[in-house]
Design a protein around this ligand. Structure first.
Ligand code: F3S
Length: 772
């Protein structure tokens, strides 16, 4: 059968006429003199009730960004296999027969990278069969397109099939903004938020501010789209995008390929941005056509010629941004970011000096290219051009060299066009079309042991300690695939392919010429193995969803009890976390991914990466009697004693991903409040959805006055929850019966979110509303 079917194309076309009608209403409400950014146009045209969202709580629509609570109705949902389990378990507990909007499931995170796709994929399917069977059966029952293991990485499949200019979608993965490369507003969320969209409940978002990035000039030579976001990450830092949508504009936009724009949007997650997006631009049309969506390209092109006031796919000429950053693509240098944080950004020309200054390793063991960030046809053919040059000079890579294609479509096309055989002849190992080493699913075979300090270069997006191989001493340096490829031939961290040479076997010196590639394959994309195509998005109520009651990987969810109707008393500080606390710290990935669908089992990893703010130890918690244990053990002990607890933390708590387990697990183990200096946006929302109260210090210095095992009492919390969501909560800390500090706190709870907390969780509230 032809793929995609006419029905599939229909369901993948944004509802343009509905959006235009709403956009007209937005224009009416905001008046003729408002100059809107593209982000505002698309977001506001997805409001459930335009007037209510834009006029309530704001001064007549003038102060929307950063203030208004938007109630949105997204067009689509995408879920990856690890997060889909909990999202679907939650969706199932609402008792509906099908999803309210089109949705898709992508099996990518649970596939190991070790020896190569041919052996790794069957082994991973075997090892995770129970989960894949559950996801497939749930997909069939509820009409969710199911992409089997091996089909590709969620963001690549979304770009190839679902993303479109003007679309708004939610994805249960933090790199969902990748789809913004094709002009969509695509936001990474937790499973509970995805469930909102799946059941047609409005999804709430504090209206983001808009950071405009004006691109001028044109990339050339070694500079690639990845370098745009690597440079920007250095400028903005991991917190700089918090509360913002990053919107690209300016003449440089028209010089970029669609997949290049997707790479830039993908890594916007690394600066904490709500999402990133590009306007409908020339690079989109050939990409949509090449991916069987010429009809969407034609519709978008019609909309894009409308007069400014009615053009929903590009910003107004005088759009007002909250901040503007200018980048000249013509003078942009390649960058290397890391280790351990994606915002430590160094121009290539300065990198060898930094290696010497910081005493970082001068050699590295593995170069890994691909992943959802950088596995496009352009990325791979540019890398291929370097491999061909080096092979002709008689060179082989000094570091192990791994290639992860982002999708079966890209893999099959690269296979047909001999790119993969070029990599393989040079000694490269082609891994399955999946996340693999990007998410801790990397079985290293190079002898590097846990604790061994070593360096790797990857074209991935994220480099927190332990992210790739579970070894916190592995330094992951992020770079473009071109740079990773060239450096792999030198095996040296100080090699600069723009200026340095490599000695060849015949004694001459070899210098790379700048990489060259093709944005799109001249012969079109190959479809690849038909087994990797998705199931159709049509519900089949006769399908039985497979969950074994004896499973240690999947467990149906028990609802959390509602919030007590009195102030909290006798809470105890479980742990005072020092420094960076990512969602990996709170709910580790790697081997734990296995238990994503089983809350009691995965809760055994709660906060095991957290550093004790008083002792500097990792995962060592102290009970009242001074006895030590792992954090999950202490939490379980207190839970058994009926003792609820709070965690105290520093800045950007929960940064990194949309992983809702990082909120569910503390809630399951008795966590009531997380008190931090600041929160990462997605995680803060996830906490609220699971009924945990996120509070921030009004005075950050109070952090120093708190100790583990302090008793805590709340004042004003009931008032905030029931009457005045703009009120304040005070926490009184005491030790051995004596008050030690009164902490004034701030919160961002909307009245809707207070409803989640009162009901026990957002899901409880949905179920209550469903019954009413
Ligand atoms: Fe997968 Fe890594 Fe992307 S985990 S979705 S390839 S960021």
């Amino acid at each position: 059968a032809p793929y995609p079917s006419a029905e599939a194309i229909e369901s993948r076309t944004p509802p343009y006429s509905k959006l235009l009608t709403r956009f007209k209403k937005v224009r009416q409400v905001l008046g003729p003199n408002r100059h809107l950014t593209l982000a505002e146009k698309i977001l506001y045209s997805h409001l459930d009730d335009v007037e209510e969202s834009l006029l309530t709580n704001t001064s007549n629509g003038a102060n929307i960004r950063g203030n208004a609570n938007l109630k949105l109705k997204p067009d689509r949902v995408a879920m990856q296999d690890a997060s889909a389990q909990m999202a679907l378990l939650q969706f199932m507990s609402c008792g509906l027969g099908s999803t309210a909007v089109p949705a898709s499931i992508h099996c990518d995170h649970m596939i190991v990278g070790e020896k190569g796709a041919d052996t790794d994929l069957p082994a991973s399917i075997q090892g995770n069969k129970e989960v894949f069977d559950f996801l497939e059966s749930a997909g069939k029952k509820y009409g969710i397109e199911f992409w089997p293991p091996g089909a590709g990485i969620i963001h690549q499949s979304v770009l190839e099939n679902y993303s479109a200019p003007g679309l708004m979608m939610l994805g249960t993965d933090s790199h969902t903004p990748n789809a913004g490369g094709l002009g969509a507003i695509a936001i990474g969320v937790g499973g509970a938020d995805a469930v909102d969209a799946l059941v047609d409940a409005p999804w709430e978002l504090k209206a983001p501010k808009v950071l405009g990035v004006c691109l001028d000039g044109e990339l050339s030579g070694w500079a690639s789209p990845k370098d745009v976001i690597m440079y920007l990450a250095g400028k903005l830092t991991v917190r700089g995008g918090t509360g913002y949508i990053i919107e690209y504009f300016g003449p440089g936009v028209d010089t970029l390929s669609c997949t290049g724009m997707a790479t830039i949007c993908n890594m916007g997650a690394e600066v904490g941005a709500t999402t990133s997006l590009f306007p409908f631009s020339p690079g989109h049309i050939p990409y949509l056509q090449a991916t069987h969506r010429g009809s969407i390209a034609a519709k978008a092109a019609e909309l894009a010629v409308m007069a400014e006031g009615r053009n929903i796919l590009r910003p107004d000429a005088k759009a007002e941004y909250d901040q503007v950053v200018n980048i000249n693509l013509s003078t942009l240098e390649p960058h290397i970011n890391g280790p351990f944080t994606p915002d430590l950004s160094t121009p290539l020309s300065k990198f060898s000096d930094l290696v010497a200054e910081k005493n970082w390793p001068t050699t590295f063991s593995s170069g890994l290219i691909g992943s959802c960030t950088n596995s496009s046809y352009a990325d791979m053919t540019r890398a291929e051009s370097l491999v061909k040059q080096a092979t002709a000079a008689g060179l082989t890579p000094k570091a192990d060299f791994f290639i992860t294609p982002g999708s079966e479509q890209v893999r099959a096309t690269l296979d047909r066009d001999d790119t993969l055989s070029t990599f393989e002849s040079a000694g490269g190992i082609v891994l399955a079309n999946a996340c693999g080493p990007c998410i801790g699913q990397w079985k290293r075979t190079d002898g590097v042991q846990k604790g061994d300090e070593n360096a790797i270069f990857t074209s991935y997006n994220r480099n927190f300690p332990g992210r790739n191989d579970g070894n916190r001493a592995t330094m992951n340096f992020l770079a473009s695939p071109e740079l990773v490829t060239a450096l792999s031939y030198a095996g040296s961290t100080t090699f600069n392919p723009m200026t340095d040479s490599i000695p060849t076997p015949d004694g001459t010196q070899f210098r790379f010429k700048p990489p060259q590639g093709q944005d799109l394959p001249s012969a079109g994309f190959a479809r690849g193995n038909a087994e990797f195509l998705p199931t159709p998005g049509v519900p089949d109520p006769t399908t039985e969803v497979k969950v074994s009651p004896t499973s240690d990987r999947l467990a149906l969810l028990e609802p959390f009890p509602p919030f007590p109707n009195h102030e909290l008393k006798g809470l105890r500080v479980l742990y005072k976390v020092k420094g960076q606390c990512t969602t990996d710290t709170i709910s580790a990935a790697g081997p734990w991914l296995k238990y994503k669908g089983h809350l009691p089992n995965i809760a055994e990893n709660t906060l095991i990466g957290a550093i004790n703010g008083e002792t500097g130890e990792t995962n060592v918690a102290y009970d009242l009697d001074g006895k030590t244990s792992g954090i999950p053990d202490l939490a379980k002990r207190w839970k058994a004693q009926g003792k609820e607890w709070i965690v105290v933390a520093e800045h950007n708590y929960g940064e990194g991903s949309a992983r809702e387990h990082a909120a569910l697990q503390p809630r399951y183990l008795g966590g009531r409040i997380i008190l931090a200096k600041s929160f990462a946006r997605i995680h803060e929302t996830n906490l609220k959805k699971q009924g945990v109260v996120p509070l921030t210090f009004a005075n950050e210095g109070d952090y120093d006055k708190i100790k583990a095992c302090d008793e805590v009492e709340s004042v004003g919390l009931q008032d905030v929850l029931h009457n005045a969501s703009d009120g304040q909560v005070e926490l009184i800390f005491s030790r051995e019966g004596k008050e030690t500090v009164r902490v004034q706190t701030k919160h961002t709870l909307s009245s809707g979110q207070c409803g989640f907390i009162i009901a026990g969780s957002a899901l409880n509230l949905l179920a209550i509303k469903g019954r009413e």
